[in-house]
Design a protein around this ligand. Structure first.
Ligand code: FAD
Length: 377
């Protein structure tokens, strides 16, 4: 009998899981992959889009290219999930399956930060990054603030990357001396699991005169007074605000009974939720790794191994290590890397790789290898 699988969300996690199941089970698989959008893009391409390094259309990869044995893609919006019946309702109909995998990622709640929508910008959504293509060229003097509004947030290095890339962008336009840059993050160090990567980032901030404000979150923006208020009550003047908005699980997940305290709890060993044969992977979970594509991909591998073992009646021997490599744009045409492992040792640890031009090639390969694997391109 065919294995009926529903994969909700065709991001990092959903694409990797569908690919593995197709490779392992092939035509015995009856997998429906559902996403509201018609195309995929890497999270980091938003940085390329906002700073004008790439055209928005060139970073999108159409889901039409998902052609795999046993897999069909549907562009539909998921409106309800019943984890008991393993039944999903979408804008176009209803689906049922033997196995359900929730990989719906994280959304943004701009309203949670008063003044952000009216007086600031965010670059975490594609639309926000596209809008900044028009905003950034008009910023030529004053104080630019890159600020995190709430934790957890996707890709912990991304605020540091935005500050460093903004420095390069302003330098190239010949206006850097007329501008100051501040970076506000809720941690004591830029990358807490890796003191070495944090040290390299702090050195880069110092060399570029970027003010680093640790252990603070942005509480609100006052567009009329042009001030950013922090969670300790202090204020900073600003002329340009690049925000990382509060993250939330998609509403359909919050309504499904799968979430607790805002995210879906899962068993670390196999990514199973509290409902039998219902898995959750990636940013939508509270598994304990940062919200990043590499960790969503790792979770997909673990969940896929558990699904395949159950289907084949074999023992599942794989375990989620919470390990992954994150590339970090350091500016000046260089990329650094930190290899982080969250679950293998007594505490999370990261191995630092100095920024280099070689790692630019490495990062390109990271993207092109996924494009080939998931889309055959
Ligand atoms: C600026 C920035 C830079 C980043 N850089 C990196 C990086 O260098 N490395 C890295 O590993 N990660 C990076 N990330 C993070 C990375 O993009 C995410 O963590 C990753 O995409 C999470 O994968 P996921 O599969 O959990 O969710 P997603 O990739 O977000 O996929 C979820 C999918 O679910 C779909 N969906 C949601 N709700 C519905 C619904 N109701 N109906 C239908 N479909 C729905 C969405 O359309 C989406 O396609 C970055 C993120 C940002 C914002």
């Amino acid at each position: 009998m065919k294995l009926r699988v529903l994969v909700l969300g065709a991001g990092f996690g959903g694409l990797e899981l569908s690919t593995i199941l197709s490779e392992a089970i092939g035509t015995e698989l009856d997998l429906t992959l559902i996403d509201q959008h018609d195309s995929f893009y890497f999270g980091y391409s938003k940085l390329d889009v906002m700073f004008g390094r790439k055209q928005p259309d060139t970073v999108k990869i159409s889901y039409r290219n998902v052609v795999k044995p046993g897999v069909r893609f549907r562009q539909e919006t998921i409106t309800a999930i019943d984890p008991v019946a393993k039944r999903v309702t979408t804008s176009d109909g209803t689906y049922e399956a033997d196995v359900l995998v929730v990989a719906l990622g994280a959304n943004y709640d701009l309203a949670a930060t008063p003044g952000l929508a009216e007086g600031g910008n965010e670059y975490y959504s594609f639309e926000g990054a596209e809008k900044l293509r028009e905003v950034l060229p008009r910023f030529s003097q004053g104080h630019a603030v890159v600020g995190v509004c709430s934790a957890p947030f996707k890709c912990p290095p991304a605020p540091s990357e935005a500050a460093l890339m903004l420095h390069d962008y302003l330098l190239k336009r010949g206006v850097r001396d007329a501008c100051t840059i501040s970076l506000i993050i809720p941690f004591g160090l830029p990358i807490p699991p890796s003191p070495d990567t944090s040290k390299a980032l702090l050195k880069a901030f110092e060399e570029r005169h970027i003010q680093f404000i640790p252990q603070r979150k942005v509480r609100s923006l006052d567009a009329s007074r042009k001030v950013v208020s922090l969670d300790d009550g202090s204020e900073l003047p600003y002329n340009l605000f690049l925000g990382i908005p509060k993250h939330v699980a998609p509403e359909v997940v919050l309504q499904s009974g799968l979430a607790e305290n805002g995210w879906i709890p899962v068993d670390k060993a196999n990514l199973l939720t509290k409902f039998p044969n219902v898995y959750a992977i990636g940013d939508v979970t509270s598994v304990g790794t940062p919200k990043a594509g590499v960790f969503a991909e790792g979770a997909a591998k673990t969940a896929a191994a558990a699904i395949i073992a159950a289907y084949k009646g074999k023992e599942n021997t794989s375990a989620y290590t919470g390990a992954g490599s994150c590339y970090i744009e350091f500016g000046e045409g260089k990329v650094g890397r930190v290899d982080v492992d969250f679950f293998s040792g007594p505490k999370p640890f990261g191995i630092h790789h100095d920024p280099s031009e070689m790692l630019v090639v490495d990062k390109d390969h990271f993207g092109s290898s996924r494009k080939a694997r998931w889309f055959g391109l």
